[in-house]
Write a protein that binds this ligand. Structure first.
Ligand code: AMP
Length: 447
């Protein structure tokens, strides 16, 4: 019999040596990966061993495959429970809907040659298709905490069969106030299970969570915490808050930026800025927690395919966006937490590609800038926009705009429920890009 690897790229031997089954190696080959990333090389054998894991890894390191591949391998090799409907064997918890959708996509991609069923559930969309999907066999459930608990309450989900639990981007889950939900969920799981905790940072809170959750975990830390700081070309423009939007519009046009991710501190600020840019012939869309899932998915799809040049986002909305080799990131305001700056600029310059990040900094933000520079142990270059002069009416126009409170736009809900969005009524898609499916099944025995 020919070796299962005989038709594959030789470099896949690296993946094979980690102990992954042939159908996974085929999927890896289909994905075009040549060798495991450092987090994969370290995490995969550990997960295959059945042990708990505490891993420090940021988005962009290949962390999703680092847990998804060995989980698929383990589940495919284990016998099924006799009553598998609505009783998943693996639960992957993520902080945001976007990340949940992306992780679920990875599960499908890597598991496509295996008889493993997966679904994704998150808030902001109709719960009924999720309930229907949970009536079938589910091996892997990817979920955000709020909607997961809604299902538990409605008794549409049984968590007593969980063999493997993954907390993905655990630090962000704590930042978003999910700790109580997480504790509630943990209480519903069987005591004997494998636990994997992935986090970009290791705060005291994460360590406390890990201590209570993990049993003698292996600890993996790939690439020092703030590597984005070294990879990305960064500069700071010192400018008054009220002149920032003019400078940004000028920079986008002057430098011909075609794909810019702009961070604002607030949802309102994101809306205002996107409106301002759009009024000045720069197509921009704001994406944040008050937007319906369909609107967010549409904006992200347009941004990814190049038809939308500017995406304005809050930190939470941007978390988990998988946009490869983004050329330009702009901090319209500096974040309050210095680590968030590193996350933000980590959106560009990924996988060794050259990235550029600029920050527009008002005198009120200088303290934040100092804190960021201290964290990175590096001074960020001060730049000047030669040829840019703010208009004489900049301040007045800014203040007028700020006072104008527009009605909620299409795809936006009036009030925010914080990190746990409630379902929004389904809306017609404007673009042809299909919205992320709220629940789906893949694979399936006898397929
Ligand atoms: P993640 O850190 O999980 O968000 O993954 C970041 C990106 O890296 C995703 O687009 C993956 O498709 C890609 N990726 C994951 N593993 C590999 C690999 N071994 N080789 C090349 N690309 C990879």
């Amino acid at each position: 019999m020919p070796s299962p690897l005989s038709h594959m790229n030789d470099t896949l031997a690296d993946f094979a040596s980690l102990g992954l089954a042939a159908p996974l190696l085929t999927a890896i080959d289909d994905a075009g990966y040549h060798r495991p990333t450092p987090i994969q090389a370290q995490a995969i054998p550990q997960v295959l061993n059945g042990g708990d894991l505490l891993a420090a890894a940021q988005t962009g390191t290949g962390k999703t495959a680092a847990f998804t591949l060995p989980i698929l391998h383990l589940l495919a090799g284990r016998p099924l429970h006799p009553h598998p409907s609505g009783r998943p064997r693996c639960l992957i918890l993520t902080p945001t809907r976007e990340l949940a959708a992306q992780v679920a996509e990875s599960v499908e991609t890597y598991g496509k040659h295996l008889p493993i069923n997966s679904i994704v559930i998150f808030g902001g969309v109709n719960i009924n298709p999720q309930i229907a999907a949970l009536k079938k066999r589910v091996d892997i459930l990817v979920a955000t905490p709020g909607r997961l608990l809604d299902h538990v309450q409605q008794r549409t989900l049984d968590l007593s069969g969980i063999e493997i639990l993954v907390l993905d981007e655990a630090d962000r889950m704590l930042d978003m106030g999910f700790i109580r939900d997480i504790r509630k969920i943990l209480a519903l799981l069987p005591a004997k299970r494998q636990n994997l905790l992935f986090s970009a940072t290791f705060s005291d809170d994460i360590r406390a969570l890990a201590t209570g959750l993990l049993h003698r975990p292996a600890t993996i830390e790939v690439a020092p915490r703030n590597t984005a700081a070294d990879l990305v070309e960064q500069s700071v423009y010192l400018i008054g808050q009220k002149q920032k939007r003019e400078l940004l519009a000028w920079l986008i046009q002057e430098r011909q930026w075609f794909q810019v991710l702009v961070f604002t501190r607030t949802k309102h600020g994101a809306n205002k800025l996107a409106e301002y840019l759009s009024r000045h012939d720069i197509e921009a869309v704001a994406i944040h927690g008050n937007k319906s899932q369909a609107a967010r998915t549409r904006a992200l799809a347009g941004f990814k395919d190049g038809s939308l040049p500017v995406l304005v986002a809050t930190d939470i909305a941007a978390r988990g966006l998988d946009i490869e080799q983004l050329p330009q990131v702009v901090n319209f305001e500096l974040p309050d937490v210095p680590e968030d700056y590193v996350h933000r600029i980590g959106r560009t310059g990924r996988a060794g590609a050259a990235g550029n990040a600029i920050s527009l900094v008002d005198t009120e933000e200088l303290k934040l800038l100092t804190a960021i520079e201290r964290l990175m142990r590096k001074k960020i270059e001060r730049a000047s926009a030669e040829g840019f002069t703010p208009s004489v009416h900049a301040e007045q126009a800014y203040e007028q705009d700020l006072r104008r409170a527009p009605p909620p736009r299409h795809g936006e809900r009036r009030s925010s429920n914080g990190p746990k969005p409630r379902p929004a009524p389904p809306r017609p898609a404007v673009r042809s890009t299909p919205p992320a499916r709220p629940a789906r099944s893949s694979g399936g025995r006898g397929r």
